[in-house]
Design a protein around this ligand. Structure first.
Ligand SMILES: [Zn+2]
Length: 124
């Protein structure tokens, strides 16, 4: 999916009051600043692989904290927090392990959202 398509999807999600409440601030924002885009992307890959990609993730629906890492905040903002939201908003079927390609898509969405929160230099 292209950057423009992801932006269109993020714009649509931002019209949802529940999703729009999530912003990068405080310590979560500081982590994104300090670590930089490449490290955050690597973290996103690891977190998604462990917590979202399995066919039946542990504590699905409650596996994503509301703070503690910028990727967690991004997951709530982008509806990539659990398999139910992923199915509803991103057309990814539940109860089947995510493919590599689907994981990359989720990571792209998360990192795009973080980049939009930070600045244009963070995105490039
Ligand atoms: Zn969810």
């Amino acid at each position: 999916m292209s950057g423009d398509d992801i932006d269109a999807r993020l714009d649509r999600l931002a019209t949802q009051p529940f999703r729009a409440r999530f912003q990068l601030r405080g310590r979560d924002r500081a982590i994104a600043e300090l670590r930089g885009p490449q490290t955050i992307r690597r973290h996103a890959h690891q977190l998604i692989e462990q917590r979202l990609a399995p066919a039946h993730p542990a504590k699905d629906g409650k596996q994503t904290p509301y703070r503690g890492h910028p990727v967690f905040v991004a997951q709530h903002a982008t509806a990539t927090c659990c398999r139910t939201c992923l199915s509803k908003w991103h057309d990814i079927a539940p109860a089947v392990a995510l493919t590599e390609q689907q994981q990359t898509y989720v990571v792209d969405v998360i990192c795009r959202w973080i980049g939009r929160q930070m600045s244009s230099t963070y995105l490039s």
